[in-house]
Design a protein around this ligand. Structure first.
Ligand code: PEP
Ligand code: MG
Length: 318
């Protein structure tokens, strides 16, 4: 199976009946973009830019960031890059950006909340991505957004920059989206969808915040299953809201490469799956095993269950 998956890795992601689902790669380092392409990734669906900030003793300057992002853009050679702005704080501290001691770091200053306390850092990152993405499809997404106010605050910085930078010096095929990883955003997806260009569902955090289970908890993390019907309902709300506004939706959490979850996510209407580069050939092979009708039936079956164990058992029985 693995050999077959590898031999067809450059085919586009499609279900058996030809329904298109883009299969992209998650990257933690721009140096790995070429490898992702070699494995058949149709783009990068999540570039975790934290690596760049953690590798330096202070926030990397504009030139350093441009050079780093350009490495991924060049390797992708026209395939889309979805870059996530800095997602630190909480459990991922930066030594040069001290955050006061918090009792609940996962509920504290992290992601976009932290970034908005130093807008010039966010602005420099937007700037570097826009310059590095010149002539290429560039998508930028914001982590841990909880409502439209945070999106608007970041978009205001972004729009000012777009006005300031001449079109000849920056990417013009640009989209600004948000990650859906806080339940409030899924619940409010209809209003958010009017303003964003796309959504990418971070099922790791979305599951953590929906089920109130620390995603890294040594004993409980096994119960933190994204195939929980509560999480699936939030995904359904997100996709329906986005599609009603003509926007696309990806999944960039671990659930996207879970063999049982792939048809469910496709049945819910997800347009793109971004998975670790290693998993790209397998996810494409998995897509070819079912058609859209079957995917929709599996999604309906999963949504009708009461627990994640029930979902997995029902899918298995089918
Ligand atoms: C997620 O939360 O699902 C996600 C993709 O982001 P990260 O794992 O980097 O928090
Ligand atoms: Mg996350």
């Amino acid at each position: 199976r693995e050999r077959e998956a590898w031999s067809t890795r450059f085919e586009q992601g499609r279900t058996r009946d030809g329904h298109r689902v883009e299969v992209a790669a998650n990257l933690g380092n721009t140096a790995h973009a070429a490898d992702a392409v070699a494995r058949g990734a149709e783009g990068v669906g999540l570039l975790r830019t934290e690596f760049l900030f953690m590798a330096h003793a202070e926030a990397p300057d504009l030139a350093t960031q441009i050079e780093e992002y350009r490495e991924a853009v060049d390797a992708l050679d026209g395939r889309p890059l979805v870059a996530r702005t800095l997602d630190v704080g909480g459990d991922k501290p930066l030594p040069y950006w001290p955050v006061p001691q918090e009792d609940n770091p996962f509920l504290g200053l992290r992601g976009i909340r932290l970034a908005l306390t130093q807008p010039e850092v966010l602005e420099t990152q937007f700037h570097a991505l826009l310059v590095a993405g010149k002539g290429r499809p560039l998508r930028i997404m914001l982590p841990m957004v909880k409502d439209v106010a945070e999106f608007r605050a970041a978009k205001a910085i972004f729009d000012r920059l777009l006005e300031r930078l001449p079109e000849t010096e920056r990417a013009t095929d640009v989209q600004l989206g948000v990650m859906i990883e806080v339940p409030s955003c899924a619940l409010l997806a209809p209003s958010l969808a009017r303003e964003v260009d796309f959504f990418s569902i971070g099922t790791n955090d979305l599951t953590q915040y929906t089920l109130a289970i620390d995603r890294g908890h040594p004993e409980l993390s096994a119960q933190s299953d994204g195939l929980h019907p509560a999480v699936l309902r939030l995904i359904q709300m997100t996709v329906d809201a986005a599609h009603a506004q003509g926007k696309w939706v990806g999944v960039c959490g671990e659930l996207g490469s879970d063999a049982q979850a792939v048809p469910v996510l496709v049945g819910l209407g997800v347009d793109e799956l971004s998975v670790s580069a290693r998993q790209v050939p397998m996810v494409k092979a998995r897509l070819r095993e079912f058609d859209l009708k079957e995917a929709r039936a599996q999604a309906a079956l999963a949504l009708a269950q009461a627990t994640s164990d029930d979902v997995r058992e029902a899918l298995e029985a089918r």
